[in-house]
Design a protein around this ligand. Sequence first.
Ligand code: ZN
Length: 228
Amino acid sequence: MTFVIRHLTLFRSIRSIRSISNLFKMLPKSIQNLIDELHKLPSIGPKSAERLAFYMLYRSEEANNELADAVAKLKGEIITCETCGTFTEKSPCQICESKERDKTQLCVVEDPLDMIALEKTGQYKGLYHVLGGVLSPDDGIGPDDLKISELKNRAKADLVEEIILATNPTMEGETTAMYVQRELKALKRTSGRALRITRIARGLPVGGDLEYADEITIARAMEGRREY
Ligand code: ZN
């Protein structure tokens, strides 16, 4: 009996998969094209792509045109800041050009999103340097593919006193931080610059629980402890 029920369920699910694929064949090409394009975006699965496409179908043409216009203009209006490497509408960017920022500090990040995350805290008042990724031999990304020589040129500037390495605490992020640190130490030796090279602290997330944290996170939280 169980055998029969199991096969009946299987038969029904195959039938429903067939009916879904038939439905896709029935969709007008323009809707299917939009679903395919949305599905290419990160974090958008096939179901979300369908939902978004149908949402756009129901909303006003004006709202859809605003979205299409924003996407179309994106590449044309965004450039890379020639100083720090972030995305901007004019170079140098607002942060590089600001007189309010502390020009003695340079925070090295992987990409512009990390820079935005740090800016949101409102705590950091120095300048940034966007590397444009991390070292990853498996993906063929070496030092020349990142903005490391540009960082060294900036580090030579008289105003810079501290370089904060804020790459992510991933394997590639750590490797990149170590590589950059070695390069900057060599620069210190040859140029005689008194640079301070620091690494952001790692530890437990807010709301986290010691009991559930892994050993490396706990060990790093202990290393990064400070006067209280
Ligand atoms: Zn900039």
